[in-house]
Design a protein. Structure first.
Length: 370
């Protein structure tokens, strides 16, 4: 009996001391395995007298059962602790801030382009587009630039190499060639699917796009963006032009009153032609629109020249219209206080982080401008 009590005490201690499932398994083998200590005791039963076996049998079997139960209990304990440790180790702290991730930004030029389109869309304008690479006919001739006229030089045009057939392509110097592409209805399909077809009047479109001139300083870059406007209908006059542009400026700059003036100017494709100035205050290094005593030129405009109409197959006795063209980047600089035009195309991501817009700020006539 003492022998069994001692063995029980020893095994109980070893079971309790087993730090993991493997150590516990070693104790089990040492006690209940083929040549384990408890198994050895069980084997002695065979050699006993029936009398002796009657008392020893239940004692030894009882020990075997208790040791087995103790091992099973300890195993359950160790497995539960292991699961707890695993759960603790694999915990995610959802309160930690996420790792910073680079996010893109909408370039101010694109943002302003969208804002402008939204404002003109409210007034019933659609959008037309043309190619960056133009021919002399669309960029100059059809727009009533006489051959060899000095006005062609003013544009500082980027020309491509003259082709064997004598044609010399160029990078468009303004978006005005798309006026021609919009008015002229030919049987030749447009050079690319996104380029607008000619349409029958009445026409009301704005034409955003890239334009190119050999020019570079704080307010000029060789590539810049323009937004052209073209309206062709019956009985159109300067009053419509003035109202449209004044309404645009108020809406775009989100101010109630804008004082503007139309200064006579010259463009070969409009007659009369004008430049529109808006009143502003430039004191304090910042341009404030709608106040002050200075003038800021923002666009060129005029009534579509009868020759341009004729070049597009429209009868100027029946149709009248106006057109305008403005620099999108310059308006972006004004509206959002960007000091140097060249930075806009320097592809500096720090600049874009600062001046760029979130894609969620996309302007629309429904959600507002910005
Ligand atoms: N195309 C002119 C320019 O680039 C602007 C303009 C467009 C003027 C339409 C009148 C009418 O300067």
């Amino acid at each position: 009996m003492t022998e069994l009590t001692e063995l029980h005490a020893e095994l109980t201690a070893r079971i309790a001391a087993a730090a993991d499932v493997a150590a516990l398994e070693a104790v089990r083998v040492a006690a209940l395995g083929k040549s384990g200590s408890v198994s050895a005791l069980l084997k002695t039963l065979g050699a006993m007298s029936p009398e002796e076996r009657k008392t020893r049998g239940p004692e030894i079997n009882g020990l075997k059962d208790r040791v087995g139960a103790a091992i099973a209990a300890r195993r359950a304990e160790l497995e539960a602790a292991g699961l707890d440790a695993q759960l603790a180790a694999e915990t995610l702290d959802l309160s930690l801030p996420p790792a910073p991730r680079r996010k893109g930004a909408v370039h101010p030029t694109l943002q302003v382009m969208d804002e402008m389109i939204a404002v003109f869309a409210e007034m019933g304008f659609g959008v037309a587009e043309g190619p960056d690479i133009e021919d002399d006919f669309h960029n100059f001739t059809a727009l009533n630039f006489p051959p060899k006229h000095p006005a062609r030089e003013v544009h500082d045009t980027f020309f491509f190499k003259t082709r064997p057939d004598g044609e010399r392509r160029l990078l468009r110097t303004h978006t005005s060639p798309v006026q021609i592409r919009t008015m002229q209805r030919t049987n030749t399909p447009p050079p690319a699917p996104w380029i607008s077809h000619g349409q029958a009047p009445p026409i009301r479109v704005v034409i955003p796009g890239r334009t190119y001139r050999k020019d570079s300083d704080q307010t000029h870059t060789p590539m810049f963006h323009q937004m052209e406007g073209l309206v062709i209908d019956r009985g159109i006059h300067m009053g419509h032009l003035k109202w449209t542009l004044e309404t645009f400026v108020k809406r775009f700059f989100e101010i109630d009153s804008v004082v503007s003036r139309f200064r006579p100017h010259y463009f070969p494709f409009t007659e009369p032609s004008a430049e529109m100035d808006i009143q502003c205050d430039r004191s304090g290094g910042e341009v404030k629109i709608g106040q002050g005593s200075q003038w800021l030129e923002i666009l060129g405009c005029g009534m579509v020249h009868p020759n341009v109409m004729r070049n597009c197959g429209l009868d100027p006795e029946q149709w009248q219209g106006f057109a305008f063209g403005m620099g999108i980047d310059r308006l972006a600089m004004l509206k959002y206080g960007i000091p140097d035009l060249r930075d806009m195309f320097a592809a500096d991501v720090r600049w874009l982080d600062h001046y760029g817009f979130s894609a969620f700020q996309a302007p629309s006539p429904v959600t507002g401008l910005s």
